[in-house]
Design a protein around this ligand. Sequence first.
Ligand code: DGJ
Length: 565
Amino acid sequence: MPPKDRNQRLNKLGVWTFLVSIAFGGLAFGQARDSRAGLPHLEKRGSATQLVVDGKPFLVLGGELHNSSSSSVEYMKPIWPRLAGMHLNTVLLPVAWETIEPEEGKFDFRVVDGLLEGARENNLKLVVLWFGAWKNTYSSYVPAWVKTNTERFPRVQTSDGRGTERLSPFSTVVRDADARAFAQLMRHLREADGDKHTVMMVQVENEVGVIPESRDHSSVANAAFAATVPSTLTNFLEKHRTALDPEFRAAWEAAGGKTAGTWQEVFGKVPLTDDLFMAWHYATYIEHVAAAGKAEYPIPMFANAALIRPNYEPGQYNSGGPLPHSIDVWHAGAPSLDLLSPDIYFNEFAYWAGKYARPDNPLFIPEAQGGSPGAANALYAFGHLSAIGFSPFGIEDQGNVPLDLVGITSERLDHSAIGNAYSVLSELTPMILQKQETGGITAALIEGDAQRSARLYLGDYTAIMTRAGGASTAGSRLAAMFIQTGPSEFIVAGSGDAQITFSTDKPGPPIVGIDSIDEEFFENGAWLPRRRLNGDENSQGQALKISAADLAQGKIYRVRLYRHR
Ligand code: DGJ
């Protein structure tokens, strides 16, 4: 959806939230009116769209649990404080359909309540992942009464007529049962958390799509495939033609750019058409589920995508998921979703993250690599792409690696790369959020064996970041985030061994010099300068050097530049 429409939708959500608050005022909530008006929501703020919680923008320094951890409140007990110790502010965790509706129509929210309590006791927020009909294309998390009744709850069929372990998105019976359960969950969250906002967002299903064939071949699906493309979709594409994903637009136009006809007439007799067809049907199914949930409790919702390996065809990858080339189809089919998200485990982080950071789709990354690659990626996502949140997967495995830090003693260190990055990011958060809104923040990322440098632009200045350390560091991932604090002053947080030089192409004095570089540490509620770096530490005034140990030491730099002839 192009920016204007999406913004209107964001604004409408505010109006709607207000109207619902009036309708529900004095019912379920004692002070429902106020708490509803203050629900977590996405808000366009300056040049960014941010998550707003309790009236304030919120930067999600998150981590996603392994799939089974949150099925047990007991199992989670020792994990919560570890995550808090890693400076996370948010945990992404699954809530499964089988957990809350073990018997049809009988709901059990004891696990959900235990998770809310565990999070709150540790001052953590939550993003709930609804493992409803699908998790990684499969239907393993549905209750037994759904799983075992394939007559009532039909499955995706193969082209040779076999059933699969996937419920069919073409079944309205599946859809309505899923939506009923999800609505009950959202109703419960409203009742149990509507005034506390522990849960800030909800992911609806997980990595949907079909494999190994590119579409469902059930008779209902075949009929839908032979029918004309719904006008809701073609009208949307026509209206937003110039703002569509370029890859998608090129494929559509290569097939003739038609606005009426069957799926193969409009999009061509190519494998991608099966993917787009499934994307539409997953999106409209999820729209139904998300809308039922939002009718109970309208907090932000999203869907996530498993990405595509090079040269994979639909069916080799999850055909129908919210991929870059089908973001527009999903926007048309699922307007109740606030954003679509990539799960980025691949090395080309900048490419994939960039595909999802669109004016009509704020970037939120629910799953990503952790470790030091994750730390660098987080700096880039928040600094360059105004991300709402970042969240390495399997977060409970990341912390507590002992690390000796000579000369530095700080209770704030948790000794994992993500924990160290989040420690620094949590102190920079107010500045990051403000600059995402007003401008004055950027970041550079060096990734891949071949890449040796990256360029970034900061007001009057251009910076070039180059790998340091020669061959031994080839292939490592480095990032630097720059926050502008004055016309010629910047706070820099870095991850990796690099040196950064400065120049300008703006009118005025052409030479850029380094006035000063101070290393700063966060102490007693403020960033305090320690050493003034000069000489060997800044290449005799020629460069800012960042190091792989910086985040572990809780260190940032304050750099002042000047221009001369
Ligand atoms: C992606 C899925 O969304 C997660 O639930 C989990 O299965 C990870 N893959 C495992 O790497």
